[in-house]
Design a protein around this ligand. Structure first.
Ligand SMILES: *[C@@H]1O[C@H](CO)[C@@H](O)[C@H](O)[C@H]1NC(C)=O
Ligand SMILES: *[C@@H]1O[C@H](CO)[C@@H](O)[C@H](O)[C@H]1NC(C)=O
Ligand SMILES: *[C@@H]1O[C@H](CO)[C@@H](O)[C@H](O)[C@H]1NC(C)=O
Ligand SMILES: *[C@@H]1O[C@H](CO)[C@@H](O)[C@H](O)[C@H]1NC(C)=O
Ligand SMILES: *[C@@H]1O[C@H](CO)[C@@H](O)[C@H](O)[C@H]1NC(C)=O
Ligand SMILES: *[C@@H]1O[C@H](CO)[C@@H](O)[C@H](O)[C@H]1NC(C)=O
Ligand SMILES: [Zn+2]
Length: 708
């Protein structure tokens, strides 16, 4: 990658382990689960737990090992602009869900050296068949997650589930890193400004329903190469709409990406596609190493129609319509059957692929599409799990074998019930042709596929097309662009549309956009080197003060924004409901009894807010040391002012829609300086509003009058 000067391949994950007990238990005063009791303790547990729900040393060891591998994987797959100095967390609230995890004090005070992301990993039991879940809980000033909470259910930390665990952890960490609608709101473009368009919701006329598509530039670009969709009809990659809360909107559509790791159901054969890496790169926080992506077969080179049409229009092995027929799975690696389910209720209108309104495929995540699913013993490639090959059909199983349609049967025998069927046959790609062997005899296939006969056999074998099994890259498809635009631009109908900073008919030239806008120097290789205080590919974006992120703000072109909606669990709450939990802020809240404040909604987190944010702010603001004598004289005024200011900084007023930038009033800062003889910088726009603020625009308005 030419511009790795900016990013280093370095994504250090730092892990903190917690025991498997829900933290909520200590707050509610209930005893924790005791699976050793015989029978198990009922009632006081959040659910009936058994020994499987306790993470013993073996399970923890397994998890620790898998986490180490996960960290290694991400270190190679993603680069991030390294954190300068220690990674410090604000500690605004407990990190995560389900009571979260209390941040160790040193993470807030000293920070963590050589870390770009801190994952707090717990092993709490889950209900249902949830393997694991994860959320981001703190972001840096650009909105990138710097801390996250991952929970893995001990029930699933068994030796048998080890490969599944690796896939699950990669999936969950992807959510923390940015594959999450909450994170989408913070995504940055190449200039490092908040992206205006990440997803687009629209009614799709062909599909006959509402879909949400990811419209990020690199996601679209890599999707085009995957599907062979170079038509302008392809406008974005769909997100999952099934699966309910927690799945819908935060995964790729299973109908289109099937065994991709970021679809709503993960299994041991899940793969990481370029599209997922592209989504993270388009966040503006990471550089992706695309050689870490796996080969995704589903939908490969199926064209624009595959992505834009309903699945009953799909061709070949991607579609089946009767349970009684067997066939080859989409990648020809197995023989399969066609599962069609009769549901007790009617399927949604758009999923009616059959005359009967209740008939459809078995997966709601995959939009009830019907396609061949491998028999458990149907693998052509894996001899361990598959049934013995049928000698009568001349079959052979092994890594070089693939499933093909065939009516072959050894002379003197008859095929069973069906004359047309399929079997596993060896294949090889030599001399630009596809060859298939039956009973050890190799025959050359027609280039576009078709029937071939074999001596000693009646019937015929239907060869697949050459390009289907012999990967020629790139497959001759219409609409391809010169040199694939060097992956520095989108390719539509044969024409390159270069990303910002690239030029030329195939986007192979770097260029300084707008000559670095006067805030940087254009280096010889066409890359802007920005002066201090500016960033982005064209140096057009102002950087915020580092105070911004320490107070939970997010920077957008020099402006530090604080939005309740950016923080998981922060809501608008009335002062009176906060009162019992924020005792330090009692005076402040009482005075503003009718006010609505932006604060955590959970009791345990409120208690921590007071301890971890309000009190340290208060102590810092209350001038000690040399000012002691002055304080003695001024007494309660300064104490009060410091308290107020600490409270205002910690909980801020909600605006009408709870989504605007929030800051403490300039006058509140001035009142504090006056009362305490302090010289806090009230023009610090990352914390305090400007002098001409009015009520509603900031928190603590009018304090000046009442305190003097
Ligand atoms: C826990 O087990 C008891 C006894 O078998 C049962 O009555 C109760 O419904 C169970 N509770 C849950 C949440 O499964
Ligand atoms: C990118 O991925 C490849 C393939 O795994 C790996 O060999 C290479 O070291 C990675 N690059 C970096 C800079 O980590
Ligand atoms: C694009 O969509 C239009 C309208 O559905 C259709 O007529 C056209 O053939 C499509 N073009 C391609 C290249 O798929
Ligand atoms: C099922 O598929 C076959 C082949 O694609 C087609 O000929 C047939 O009409 C389809 N039947 C129904 C009921 O859709
Ligand atoms: C490949 O094809 C050429 C010409 O068609 C032929 O001379 C050669 O023997 C072939 N090689 C193999 C390994 O089949
Ligand atoms: C100060 O705030 C007012 C009201 O929001 C705004 O109109 C004005 O432009 C701001 N001034 C500066 C210097 O930011
Ligand atoms: Zn998920």
């Amino acid at each position: 990658m030419p511009d790795s000067f900016f990013f280093f391949f370095l994504l250090f994950l730092s892990f903190l382990f917690q025991l498997g007990e829900p933290t909520g238990a200590s707050f509610s005063g209930h005893p924790s689960c005791n699976p050793h009791g015989d029978p198990p303790v009922y009632g006081d547990c959040w659910y009936n737990c058994t020994l499987d729900d306790i993470a013993g040393e073996d399970k923890k060891h397994r998890l620790r090992k898998a986490l180490g591998q996960t960290a290694d994987w991400f270190r190679r797959a993603l680069a991030v602009e390294p954190v300068k100095g220690n990674l410090r967390l604000s500690g605004y609230s407990a990190c995560g869900q389900d009571g979260g995890v209390q941040l160790p004090r040193e993470y807030v005070e000293e920070g963590v050296a050589n870390a770009d992301l801190i994952l707090l990993v717990t092993t709490r039991p889950t209900t249902g068949n949830t393997l694991a879940w994860a959320v981001a809980c703190e972001r840096d000033q650009w909105g990138r997650a710097i801390a996250g909470h991952v929970n893995v259910a001990p029930r699933h930390l068994t030796a048998e589930a080890e490969t599944l665990l690796s896939a699950t952890l990669i999936h969950e960490v992807m959510h923390v890193l940015g594959f999450d609608p909450h994170a989408f709101a913070h995504f940055r473009d190449d200039r490092k400004r908040r992206r205006i368009r990440v997803t687009e919701q629209a009614t799709d006329e062909k599909l006959g329903r509402m879909v949400t598509k990811v419209v990020l530039p690199r996601v679209i670009m890599h999707s085009r190469y995957h599907y062979g969709a170079f038509s302008q009809n392809f406008t974005g990659l769909e997100l999952e709409d099934g699966g309910g809360r927690g799945t819908s909107g935060s995964h790729w559509e299973k109908r289109l990406l099937m065994n991709e790791i970021m679809t709503g159901s993960v299994d041991t054969r899940s793969v990481v596609s370029k599209m997922t890496l592209a989504l993270l790169e388009d966040s503006g926080w990471y550089r992706a190493n695309y050689s870490m992506s796996d080969h995704l077969d589903w939908g490969r080179n199926q064209g624009t129609e595959f992505v834009t049409s309903p699945c009953n229009h799909w061709k070949g092995p991607y579609h089946c319509n009767a349970t009684q027929i067997s066939g080859c799975t989409y990648n020809r690696e197995a023989e399969g059957y066609c599962p069609i389910v009769s549901y007790s209720g009617e399927l949604p209108q758009w999923a009616r692929y059959f005359p009967e309104a209740n008939k459809g495929g078995q997966s709601s995540l995959a939009d009830y599409c019907t396609y061949f699913v491998a028999y458990s013993d149907g693998s052509c490639t894996d001899t361990n799990s598959a049934r013995a090959p049928d000698r009568m059909l001349g079959e052979m199983r092994g890594s070089g074998s693939r499933c093909m349609a065939s009516s072959l049967v050894r002379s003197g025998f008859v095929r069973g019930s069906t004359t047309q069927g399929n079997g596993c046959y060896q294949h090889r790609c030599v001399n630009n042709t596809l060859e298939v062997a039956v009973d050890g005899i190799w025959k050359v296939c027609p280039e576009s596929g078709g029937p071939v006969q074999y001596p000693g056999f009646n019937g015929e074998l239907i060869c697949p097309a050459y390009h289907e099994l012999c990967h020629v890259d790139p497959v001759p498809l219409s609409g391809q662009c010169p040199n694939s635009c060097n992956f520095n631009g989108d390719c539509i109908d044969g024409k390159c549309h270069c990303f910002l900073g690239f030029e030329g008919y195939d986007c192979n030239l770097r260029s300084c956009p707008n000559n670095c806008v006067g805030h940087g120097e254009c280096l010889a290789d066409g890359v802007c080197e920005c002066e201090n205080g500016y960033t982005g590919i064209d140096c057009s974006t102002a950087v915020c003060d580092e105070q911004c992120s320490l107070h939970g703000g997010v920077c957008n072109n020099g402006e530090c924004e604080f939005r309740c909606s950016d923080y998981a669990g922060y809501t608008c709450q009335s002062s009176s409901s906060l009162l019992p939990n924020l005792l330090v802020c009692k005076d402040v809240l009482e005075k503003d009894a009718l006010g609505q404040h932006c604060a955590p909604s959970e009791l345990s987190i409120l208690q921590q807010l007071e301890e971890v944010v309000v009190m340290p702010n208060y102590q810092r603001l209350f001038p000690g040391g040399p000012r002691k004598f002055l304080n003695y004289i001024r007494g309660r005024d300064c104490d009060g002012a410091a308290k107020r200011l600490a409270c205002w900084i910690s909980i801020q007023k909600c605006d009408k829609d709870g989504d605007n930038r929030l800051r403490v009033c300039h006058s509140a800062c001035q009142s504090y300086n006056l009362a305490c003889g302090a010289s806090l910088d009230c023009s610090d726009q990352t914390l305090f509003s400007n002098e001409s603020e009015g009520e509603g625009l900031c928190t603590g308005w009018g304090e000046l009058d009442s305190w003097l």
